[in-house]
Design a protein around this ligand. Sequence first.
Ligand code: HEM
Ligand SMILES: *[C@@H]1O[C@H](CO)[C@@H](O)[C@H](O)[C@H]1NC(C)=O
Ligand SMILES: *[C@@H]1O[C@H](CO)[C@@H](O)[C@H](O)[C@H]1NC(C)=O
Ligand SMILES: *[C@@H]1O[C@H](CO)[C@@H](O)[C@H](O)[C@H]1NC(C)=O
Length: 363
Amino acid sequence: MMKKCCYLTIFVLLVHLELLAIEPVNATAKRVVVPQNPADYLSLTYYLNKCPDAEGIIQQKVGAWIQRDFTLAASLIRLHFHDCAVRGCDASILLNYKGSQRSSYVSSTLRGFQVIDDIKAELEKRCPRTVSCSDILTAVARDATVFTGGPFWEVPFGRKDGRISLAKEAEVVPQGHENVTALIEFFQTKGLNILDLVTLSGAHTIGRCTCGTILYRLYSFNGTKNPDPSLNTSYLNLLKKRCKRSTDLVYLDAITPETFDTVFYTNLQRKVGLLTTDQELYSDQRTLPFVEAMASQPFLFQNQLIVSMTNLGNVQVLIGNEGEREIGRERVFLGRDGRASCKGKAKHREAERRERKGQSIGF
Ligand code: HEM
Ligand SMILES: *[C@@H]1O[C@H](CO)[C@@H](O)[C@H](O)[C@H]1NC(C)=O
Ligand SMILES: *[C@@H]1O[C@H](CO)[C@@H](O)[C@H](O)[C@H]1NC(C)=O
Ligand SMILES: *[C@@H]1O[C@H](CO)[C@@H](O)[C@H](O)[C@H]1NC(C)=O
């Protein structure tokens, strides 16, 4: 037992060192702080004694929800990204009150909150005040990836939940009209590199987007009255047909919208990327080689996704009091051991906001 623990600690240490090895180049990048106490690291055995069924319960719930509404799979993965992208993976995206990240207009297309609430409620019954919501979000994103045909990876646990959530901060998450430099810089502030950017963007191989986000590409690109020249013309015509209103939904991957595969990347090669931020990954010299590699080597994509999703789940995780003070962020935690629980029962206005059915595959 002792031996196993030590190996795991070393493993987790290595994961963190890998994170540290990515040197942020711009001034706004946050410094990654190494906690002195090994107990402050995330651990693969964190819930082994505290709540041994936690992962099983989460997986079972995710499966049941996705079976009822397949479109939730993509939404749940996105929720994890939007959590980690602001103040790190601390479940701050879940907090639901006026002025929180979730209340921001930029969060209005996020969904799947009811799934997290349901899992949290079940875990509170089974292991009260033990499993953090940020750990739940991370495991859920992994399970949703597996359910849609993506790879499995081990998730280390022990994240703490934050209690600060500010609407204004939600606006820093890229929204689809940024240039590649802005994307790279944003990812760097999270300790994620260009390869992580290209790989994690591959999550757009499933899921949907509201037409409002891309209408400018169809009718008034760059101040002209013309469509975006970087859009494949047959794809352009399809989108014009599908996007009658800005609230209509279109698939991010028009070819295999329900499968976690590499078609997202081959789409970019044929000018069939829905978001300009996706399409530009194939025209910028810094990202293009990675798109080519992913498009031609599904096995490489699977392996790198495991690495990059692990990196995402480690973004600015809350790690013991020393670490927090050094990072200089204000945090309040619930739970006896300081690692537990987001706020009680979250409301979910957005619950059934978006219609369940996607469009038929027609491209
Ligand atoms: C690189 C920067 C990114 C940008 C600019 C971006 C932008 C967007 C936009 C605009 C949408 C559609 C929202 C709408 O309904 O209007 C979307 C959806 C989505 N994003 Fe991203 N995203 C990025 C990164 C990521 C990452 C890192 C992940 C996960 C690892 C992710 C996962 C998803 C998923 C799965 C959906 C579909 C959600 C659904 O069907 O409900 N995105 N993204
Ligand atoms: C990219 O976006 C950033 C931030 O919005 C802007 O400052 C910069 O000028 C843009 N770069 C290019 C090449 O358009
Ligand atoms: C957008 O318009 C400006 C000025 O009209 C032009 O210089 C620029 O190249 C255009 N960008 C794209 C991507 O078409
Ligand atoms: C546009 O998409 C079609 C269908 O996927 C493809 O056959 C064609 O090569 C694409 N055109 C360009 C210019 O990439």
